[in-house]
Design a protein around this ligand. Structure first.
Ligand code: PMP
Length: 408
């Protein structure tokens, strides 16, 4: 077996691809170090990170607090099965019950977003005795078989059919469709309050209130997937706060442990009071691992101490204002909440993402036509200005090009 030391500068994309199935290293950049919202590649070139590891690094890269929490915990205890109590885990569970929306007081800890969604579906079946899941068009909930069934994008799903049966996709933000679909057969409705992968679309308050009402009236549970929107991303600690929403089940992951893999399913009163969720209902060897719990506690401290949700709200409002003022015929619409921003183009986003990368900005797509910005919430004002200036240059510069092209 060959062991690759990823910290060595000579680690190249080619070398990495030789040892993986090609899943890793899809972009021609080898990232070796990060600090705040800056990443460095193997050649020492700096980038402003507007991807944050797919929305993971809300507190920024290279945080000494995370390194210290991991080191202290690792010297004490690295693993502890869930059948025993663990002090660090107990502190995290208590902390989560304080910071998550009212009513969410019990948690199942796991290792990723897709696992949180799997857990949510299992709890929904257990509590309701029903199987039907209602998800939304353009929704994304993960890539394991159950979560994938709720993910909408056909090219992610179709090669793996048959998936979990009894999953229906309804139009997002359309209350009539929800009213027809949600019935006494429905176990749960799963939604993102801002669809991240699906193009950065926010749910309207009327839609969210309506969904919650239909679910309550018909005995279905409302699962809110805050894997991407949680932990300050949208300008509040949880996007639920924008809607004053108490979900029955809350899925969390990504930024929960500041970059260390961790997911969580939060369970509200309708789940706990059913009396059906007991010992052994669900389980995971690594779930609630003390190292991840220590990192999550340090992450929550940082988010609170540095008021990062408020910072995301302020910087996000500024960025949205500037982007909406941009005069580019390429741009169809600018959407977002906090530092989860989508710029929908009239063309494919990929060539523009490549141009941004060449100019030192790493960003992600959200569907074929949308440039998605989700930088660490600690991004400096100066860096954000640089991102906006560069976007202007790339998107308005193309105006000159396309105008010229039309003349020819
Ligand atoms: N739900 C949402 C809303 C997500 O954005 C994602 C990841 N992009 C997931 C679930 C899946 O998370 P993971 O990749 O950790 O499995």
């Amino acid at each position: 077996m060959t062991i690759i030391d990823a910290t060595q500068a000579e680690t190249s994309m080619e070398q990495e691809n030789r040892y993986t199935s090609g899943v890793y290293g899809k972009r021609p950049v080898t990232i070796v170090r990060g600090e705040g919202a800056t990443l460095w590649d193997a050649e020492g070139r700096a980038y402003i990170d507007c991807a944050a590891g797919h929305g993971v690094a809300n507190i920024g890269h290279g945080r000494p607090e995370i390194a210290a929490a991991l080191s202290a915990q690792a010297q004490r205890l690295v693993t502890c099965p869930e059948i025993f109590y663990n002090d660090t885990r107990a502190r995290l569970l208590e902390r989560l019950s304080q910071v998550t929306p009212a009513g969410i007081e019990h948690f199942f800890l796991c290792n990723s977003g897709t696992e949180a969604v799997e857990g949510a579906f299992k709890f929904a079946r257990l509590v309701t005795g029903r199987t039907q899941i209602i998800a939304t068009l353009r929704g994304f909930h993960g890539r394991s078989m159950g979560a994938l069934a709720a993910t909408w994008e056909p090219h992610y799903r179709e090669p793996f059919a048959p998936l979990l049966p009894d999953v229906t996709h309804i139009r997002y933000n359309n209350l009539e469709a929800a009213e027809v679909a949600i019935s006494e057969q429905t176990a749960a409705v799963i939604i993102e309050l801002v669809q991240g992968e699906g193009g950065v679309h926010s749910a309207t308050p009327e839609y969210v209130a309506g969904l919650a009402r239909f679910c309550r009236e018909r005995g279905a549970l409302l699962i809110v997937d805050e894997v991407q929107t949680g932990f300050g991303r949208t300008g509040r600690l949880f996007a639920c706060e924008h809607y004053d929403l108490q979900p029955d089940i809350l899925c969390m992951a990504k930024s929960l442990a500041g970059g260390v893999p961790m997911g969580a399913v939060g369970l509200g009163p309708r789940v706990m009071e059913s009396g059906r969720v007991g010992r052994g209902a669900h389980g995971s060897t690594f779930g609630g691992n003390p190292l991840a719990c220590a990192a999550a506690l340090a992450t929550l401290d940082i988010l609170e101490r540095e008021s990062l949700p408020t910072r995301a709200a302020r910087l996000g409002a500024y960025a949205l204002g500037r982007l909406r003022g941009m005069r580019s015929p390429l741009v169809r619409e600018v959407r977002g909440q906090g530092l989860l921003i989508g710029i929908e183009l009239k063309r494919r986003a990929q060539p523009y993402l490549e141009q941004l990368c060449e100019r030192g900005i790493l960003a992600l797509p959200a569907g074929p036509n949308v440039i998605r910005l989700l930088p660490p919430l600690v991004i400096s004002e100066h860096q954000l200005e640089q991102v906006l200036d560069t976007l202007e240059e790339v998107l308005e510069g193309s105006r000159a090009l396309s105008e010229r092209a039309q003349l020819i």
